[in-house]
Design a protein around this ligand. Structure first.
Ligand code: BG6
Length: 473
């Protein structure tokens, strides 16, 4: 069975990991602009008080220049077009449009930049897929309101969405409201700008912020449909099923609980109401949500499709920790003895993609969009200037085949945008060395390098996959 003719092949990036030009045209600071490389980076993403206390103290901030997509977008989009991209997932930087986050009108210079980018995409017939908030809430909103702990963030976000849906009406059709919305639980500063006060119940604060983001997402969905009924709005989950470590019932039960932790968000965004399992969870964690009149009605405005990132499955045991752990997308997981792992310890499980797709589709019966997938690896430029990234081709080939199997299983899938189609700054480590791209960027962890772009071996491989509309025997 072939993929549909209009299948959207492409690649994905985020403003804060590519654009640089962090103050150009009056852009305000984003949370990410406070994050250093490696060292304290993860601590800052989790601990807002620490991040704010150290503001401006680090020598190097990778997002400030990043790969300078801001000045290279024409060249970069031309390379994407050469690969045959049908879609390009980018995010819009909230503080580039609203420098403090709560202005009433968008910054013209910011709009101009995205006009240019979107025009350039259309020149090549590439459909933009826009993430509205990819980890870059304006710092101004953190300082003034305490981030998403404050209900006013809903209005600020919806005002920002209104500017986008109005300005780009007819030019952008595919939107994602929040990148990996479930990361808020693991990276409360990066995901929601949260700074905890001494002694407060962190779970309460996180789930209250989650409530506000869910209401904001639903309000944006409603607005997008009102402004242009052809708009397609997606939720976005950091996905990857959680396997039980063994068939012991305790392990199976633990895996259900861990899966629900992520599905909590999409259950609300796709089904339009809080799932029943939250009742007991909230009681046991002493969580009392403030839900304003009308919130539950707004939540009924559900998304059109379910987008997700998939890097790996995860694994959990219901017994006290006795197994070795390994790294994963942001949080650790038990090491699954059946799986190999990347240089960064992320396990490699192509069948897990098929499992995750079937799970999401069985649960929601909504079209899926894989908006992130890929292998972070350190590439070497050979003496002849080539980059032989066979390991990346191997990873992606297996995942594309698994994806095609899932489509044969009956899953409706709109598209596939592998992560970091052009090398960019790693979100978790701030490194350039952890590369995902088909396009190499000459830039090192310390910011040195010419920023020259080069085609890797995987560039040609992906071009062939797209032109064949998949991988077939
Ligand atoms: C996802 C994020 O969590 O994973 C991206 O949406 C991120 O922003 C990607 O870059 C890969 O993670 P990392 O840490 O390898 O950059």
């Amino acid at each position: 069975m072939k993929l549909p003719e209009d299948f959207l092949w492409g690649g994905a990036t985020a403003a804060n990991q590519t654009e640089g030009a962090y103050q150009a045209g009056g852009k305000g600071l984003s949370l990410v602009d406070l994050l250093p490389s490696k060292g304290d980076r993860m601590k800052c993403m989790v601990d807002g008080a620490f991040a704010l206390a150290n503001e401006g103290k680090y020598e190097f901030y990778p997002s400030h220049e990043s790969i300078d997509f801001f000045h290279h977008y024409k060249e970069d989009i031309q390379l994407m077009a050469e690969m045959g991209f049908k879609v390009f997932r980018l995010s819009i930087s909230w503080p580039r449009l609203f420098p403090n986050g709560d202005e009433l009108e968008p910054n013209e210079a910011g709009l101009q930049f995205y006009d240019n980018v979107i025009n350039e995409l259309h020149k090549y017939g590439i459909e933009p897929l826009v993430t509205i908030n990819h980890f870059d809430t304006p710092v101004g909103l953190v300082k003034k309101y305490g981030g998403w702990r404050h209900r006013d963030l809903i209005d600020c976000y919806v005002r920002y969405c209104n500017a986008l849906f109005t300005h780009f009406k007819g030019r952008v059709k595919y939107w994602i409201t929040f990148n990996e919305i479930n990361m808020l639980l693991h990276l409360p500063f990066l995901g929601a700008g949260l700074v905890f006060k001494d002694g407060e119940n962190k779970e309460q604060v996180k789930y209250q912020a989650a409530h506000y983001q869910l209401v904001a997402s639903a309000a944006a969905t409603k607005l997008a449909h009102e402004i242009d009924p052809t708009n397609q709005i997606g939720c976005m989950l950091a996905a990857g099923n959680v396997y039980p470590f063994t068939c012991a019932p305790e392990d199976v039960w633990a895996s259900i609980g861990k899966d629900r932790e992520q599905f909590f968000f999409t259950d609300v965004q796709v089904r339009g109401a809080y799932p029943t399992y939250t009742k007991r969870f909230f009681v046991e964690h002493d969580i009392h949500l403030e839900i304003a009149e009308g919130d539950l009605d707004i939540l009924k405005h559900t998304v059109d499709y379910v987008s997700f990132s998939y890097y790996s499955s995860r694994c959990i045991s219901g017994k006290p920790e006795t197994q070795a752990e390994t790294e994963g997308n942001v949080f650790k997981t038990l090491k699954n003895p059946n799986l190999p792992a990347s240089e960064w310890g992320w396990q490699i499980d192509p069948l897990g993609l098929r499992i995750t797709m079937n799970t999401l589709y069985d649960r929601y019966q909504k079209p899926l969009f894989i908006v992130e997938n890929g292998l972070g690896a350190s590439d070497e430029v050979a003496e002849d200037g080539t980059i032989q990234d066979d390991y990346r081709i191997d990873y992606l080939e297996k995942h594309v085949l698994a994806m095609q199997e899932a489509v044969q299983d009956g899953v409706e899938l709109w598209g596939y945008t592998p992560w970091g189609c052009i090398d960019l700054v790693s979100a978790s480590s701030g490194e350039m060395k952890k590369r995902y791209g088909f396009i190499y960027v000459d830039r090192e962890n310390d910011g040195s390098g010419t920023l020259e772009r080069k085609k890797k071996k995987s560039f040609y491989w992906y071009k062939t996959v797209i032109s064949n509309n998949g991988i077939y025997e």
